[in-house]
Ligand binder design. Structure first.
Ligand code: ADP
Length: 673
């Protein structure tokens, strides 16, 4: 076995590989770009080396730099994870040339499966069923149109070099073939630098079922059963499960054997996945492609087999035989995985970037979380915005779905929008529970899944306000304890405990809801303890409680006993209750608070981006919260607002200029300063 390996990846998969290597007594080396200097995958490894600037092309795709790091560290092998260089045959060659073991298949197998057309031709020869289609060399438009006619509409036009669902277009009938062909070719050329296409029969309601295979260098090859990845959005997987629901043992064996045949046909070694389209009604399956690496969704296979696929990869790469034979392999229970993303389902699933101000994952039996970030880390523009993979296991599918739902409810992310709500609606959907699956599931149920969140209830506003009041009180007490004259009544006072009932006002605006109104909240401090919180629409609550340093809030609102986690960062509050998470901006803090300190920094770029417009003239006097600059980052516009009343003295960047995260965009002078 190896004594030291380098992991040429980042995020959750790098951390996951470190875990297994460590358990096996193998030292780990990770690599990082400048954006990842403080990343979790760097912290958990035994050693780490810088490989370049943030952009993936200069770092995680930089073959020379990675090989040099491996040599320098004295690693014997490189694990590429998934993505990045994992299916890059030239990288496998470069490892070999440097005397390093590439923990993956032979470069020849990567090449054989690299092009969709070539792979299909090979599989056809090996007798693996293909979707009826054309994957020939002749790309003249009239030949392609003729072939489409022969196949029969609807047809799917796919980029030969494709991946990630790009360069894929459906032509429903002959009249739209030419335009869809042109569009697929354009996308293929711009995404892959190669505009060759293939044409397939477009299956209307297929399921995506894939087989995990494993081969060693001693001619053994087994299948570790299937995963159903039919829950997709734009041909990209959202939820994966194993085993596939309503899948007969006979079909499992047929598909499994076909997958092993496919792997053998190309002299495969290591972990691989053969993807099939499965037409359940017709009882037919068709080869789609082979991924010559570990898949994102491998944990569901691990959960139902009790195996560690990374351990198998390491053993096979070190020349050992497969730990188990086909007859030793069995399925136990059911597992479901979802990819938790920093993205905004309400805005076309736009990736979100910024700091994770709070992060808590479920724990306990039958749930697994694979992540590469911690609270306080940032999701940057440079890489995939995945926060974690959430995997739940149960003795059967219903139990697994239930466990998954509970795990999702216990997952708390502060600071960024996520797809948690979307995933919860998916897992809760009657059609999903009934396993009525196919690759158009999300498209079909879009309206149910994308329901806009209702604005926060009055009780939620009251709870957010109560947390703020309690946190302020705590702060005042801390300050009093630290003050030079602790006996001074002023030190003990939090500003409201004067003789009479003291009044105050605060304003909260929900940020998780588009264009939310700002809510004015009147607060009266009660001499007996607690507050009366009035929301301006006639609803008012007596509220009191306690808040712990970690944000655990308990108390009563009206007659209701409440508990929640209340967090604040800058001028934003995140409230996590048992059923939901809500974010609020503090528009105006309680009297006496230092407004500049509270919300200062809001004219700082929250992420790298481009200034797109300056909304006021230099020298303008602005109100607190008035929009001042618009920044564009990750295809999204962010409006930055004045932290308080004051003057915009000057802009430090012109419209069109690129700015780094943390850049001060404006010379701002708060009134009174
Ligand atoms: P990519 O490599 O871009 O991910 P794939 O060939 O793996 O593309 O296909 C991705 C997804 O596209 C499949 O999971 C399925 O949802 C859909 N798809 C692919 N081929 C067909 C087809 N012939 N008919 C219907 N859907 C298809």
């Amino acid at each position: 076995m190896f004594s030291k390996i380098l992991i040429a990846n980042r995020g959750e998969i790098a951390c996951r590989i470190v875990r297994t290597a460590r358990r096996m007594g193998i030292a780990t080396v990770t690599v990082y770009s400048d954006a990842d200097r403080d990343a979790m995958h760097v912290a958990v490894a035994d050693e780490a080396y810088r490989i370049g600037p943030p952009s993936a092309r200069d770092s995680y795709l930089n073959v020379e730099s990675i090989v040099a790091a491996a040599k320098r560290a004295g690693a014997e092998a490189i694990h590429p994870g998934y993505g990045f260089l994992s299916e890059n045959a030239a990288f496998a060659d470069a490892c070999a040339a440097a005397g390093l073991v590439f923990i993956g298949p032979p470069a020849s197998a990567i090449r054989a499966m690299g092009g969709k057309s070539e792979a299909k031709a090979l599989m056809d020869k090996a007798g693996i069923p293909l979707v009826p289609g054309y994957h020939g060399v002749d790309q003249s438009p009239h030949i392609l149109a003729e072939q489409a006619e022969l196949i029969g509409y609807p047809v799917l036009i796919k980029a030969s070099a494709g991946g990630g669902g790009r360069g894929m277009k459906v032509a429903a009938q002959a009249s739209e073939f030419a335009s869809q062909l042109a569009s697929a070719k354009r996308e293929a050329a711009s995404s892959f630098g190669d505009d060759r296409v293939l044409i397939e029969k477009y299956l209307e309601h297929p399921r995506h079922v894939e087989i995990q295979v494993f081969a060693d260098s001693h001619a053994n090859c087994v299948y570790l059963f299937e995963r159903d990845c039919s829950i997709q959005r734009r041909h990209q997987k959202v939820i994966e499960e194993a085993p596939a629901p309503n899948f007969s043992p006979d079909m499992r064996e047929r598909m499994g054997r076909a997958a092993v045949e496919a792997a053998r046909a190309i002299g495969y070694v290591g972990a691989g996945t053969i993807e099939f389209l499965y037409d359940a009604a017709a009882g037919q399956f068709y080869f789609m492609e082979m991924n010559t690496r570990l898949q994102v969704e491998h944990p569901v296979t691990e959960m139902i087999t009790g195996l560690d696929l990374v351990e198998w990869q390491l053993r096979v790469a070190a020349g050992e035989t497969l730990p188990l034979s086909q007859n030793d392999l069995t399925i136990s229970g059911h597992a479901i995985e979802a990819r938790l993303y920093a993205e905004d389902p309400g805005r076309g699933f736009l990736p979100q970037t910024g700091r994770l101000t709070h992060l808590a994952f479920p724990s306990g039996e039958n749930v697994r979380v694979d992540t590469g970030v911690r609270a306080g880390d940032s999701i940057s523009v440079y890489y995939d915005p995945m926060i974690a993979k959430l995997i739940a296991w149960g003795p059967d599918r219903d139990a697994a779905i239930h466990r998954f739902g509970v795990a999702l409810a216990e997952t708390r992310v502060g600071g960024l929008k996520t797809n948690i709500g979307f995933l919860a609606r998916l897992a809760n959907h009657a059609a999903f529970k009934a396993a009525d699956l196919d690759t158009r599931f999300i498209e079909r149920h879009n309206d149910d899944l994308l329901k806009r969140p209702l604005p926060a209830s009055d009780a939620a506003f009251a709870l957010a306000a109560l947390g703020l009041l309690l946190a302020r009180t705590e702060e005042a007490h801390r300050a009093a304890r630290a003050s030079s004259d602790p006996s001074s009544p002023w030190a003990h006072s939090n500003g409201w405990r004067l003789d009479d009932e003291a009044r105050d006002e605060l304003r909260l605006r929900e940020v998780s809801v588009e264009n939310a109104e700002e809510k004015k909240i009147d607060v009266v401090y009660r001499r007996g303890g607690g507050w009366r919180i009035a929301l301006g629409n006639g609803s008012a609550f007596d509220a009191q409680g306690e808040i712990a340093a970690d944000g655990e809030l308990t108390g009563t609102i009206g007659d209701e006993k409440v508990s929640a986690v209340w967090k604040s960062a800058g001028n934003e509050i995140t409230l996590f209750t048992k059923t939901e998470s809500r974010r609020f901006a503090i528009v105006d803090r309680l009297q006496g608070a230092d407004a500049a300190q509270v919300s200062g920094g809001s004219l700082v770029a929250p992420m790298p981006g481009r200034v797109i417009s300056l909304l006021v003239e230099p020298g303008t006097h602005v109100e607190a919260n008035q929009p001042v600059v618009v920044l564009e980052a990750m295809k999204m516009e962010h409006t930055l607002r004045a932290p308080s009343q004051g003057t915009v003295v000057a802009f430090r960047y012109a419209a069109g200029e690129q700015v780094d995260e943390g850049a001060e965009l404006v010379d701002f002078r708060a009134d009174g300063n």
